[in-house]
Write a protein that binds this ligand. Structure first.
Ligand SMILES: Cc1cc2nc3c(=O)[nH]c(=O)nc-3n(C[C@H](O)[C@H](O)[C@H](O)COP(=O)(O)OP(=O)(O)OC[C@H]3O[C@@H](n4cnc5c(N)ncnc54)[C@H](O)[C@@H]3O)c2cc1C
Length: 246
């Protein structure tokens, strides 16, 4: 068995609230292996009667951090695993984890093409690992993030994204808020559509590499629209997080 498929006992080192419904968990791993930005871990919970539940969570942190990873979990109403992580886990607890997993939805800083990252909700998590990896590796390729959230309060990593976007190091962040917007909002205020994709994608040129992650319906509609605005499907990678269209 590959080492990444072995279950290991991770310790919860820290828990950080990101939004009202989202928390990041720093997990210390005894058999830590360097991941590739975009990969995930599986988390397994076992009840006293032996019942087990297992879910995947993308790695949010950069591969350069050794011995531990951050995962960022949105609390899903009535969800088995996400509610346990939000309501029961405290620092010092131990949970079963295995990873890093995945070889398709990954990006390495040695790839020099411009990057377009498109996220809906918690789909920003693996893309954040890519953005953090780019910063840690000192990569210079232009990178744009188009990030759709319902409301301003739901934006995950807002402050860090603002800092990275305003540092003028080739990172551009575009937000769209689909349900409500603050009165002084200057970003987009609708679901991602072809016009928005054209505006964000065109400055990145023809060789752009695209990663889309989020709820299934968002991922499918964005991927189809991108093809319609002229981006080749072999330049697009997708990851679907869940059944809802959000
Ligand atoms: C490769 C991969 C990476 C993932 N990374 C992340 C991550 O970084 N952060 C994160 O928060 N989640 C991530 N997910 C989703 C995660 O694996 C779980 O599906 C999610 O946490 C719900 O699990 P649960 O046990 O709480 O809910 P469940 O008990 O499985 O489901 C409860 C109810 O919620 C619905 N539901 C299940 N999943 C979702 C969802 N994603 N969105 C909306 N409704 C849902 C179900 O249909 C059901 O009605 C990822 C999924 C995949 C496949």
């Amino acid at each position: 068995m590959k080492p990444t498929l072995n279950w290991q006992i991770a310790s919860v080192k820290a828990i950080k609230p990101e939004t009202a419904k989202v928390k990041s968990f720093t997990l210390t791993l005894p058999e830590w292996m360097r991941h590739r930005a975009g990969q995930h871990y599986d988390i397994r919970l076992t009840a006293e009667d032996g019942y087990q539940a297992q879910r995947s969570y993308s790695i949010a942190s950069e591969p350069e951090r050794e011995g531990e990873v951050d995962i960022t979990v949105e609390r899903i109403e009535d969800g088995e695993v996400s509610t346990y992580m939000h309501e029961v886990l405290v620092p010092g607890d131990r949970i079963e984890a295995r990873g890093p997993i995945g070889g398709y939805f990954v990006w390495e800083a040695s790839i020099h093409e411009p990057l377009l990252l498109i996220a809906g909700g918690s789909g920003v998590v693996p893309l954040m690992s890519m953005i953090r990896h780019r910063a840690a590796a000192g990569a210079k390729n232009p990178i744009s993030l188009l990030y759709s959230s319902r409301n301003f309060e739901d934006i995950i990593y807002y402050d860090e994204l603002e800092k990275l976007g305003s540092a003028n190091h080739g990172v551009q962040v575009f937000h769209t808020l689909t349900r409500s917007q603050p009165s002084d909002w200057k970003g987009y205020a609708r679901r991602i559509d072809q016009d928005m994709l054209k505006e964000v994608a065109q400055p990145l040129g023809k060789s752009v590499q695209v990663f889309i992650c989020g709820p299934t319906l968002l991922v499918e509609s964005v991927a189809n629209s991108l093809v319609k605005v002229g981006i080749n499907s072999n330049q697009i990678r997708t990851e679907r997080f869940g059944p809802t269209g959000g």
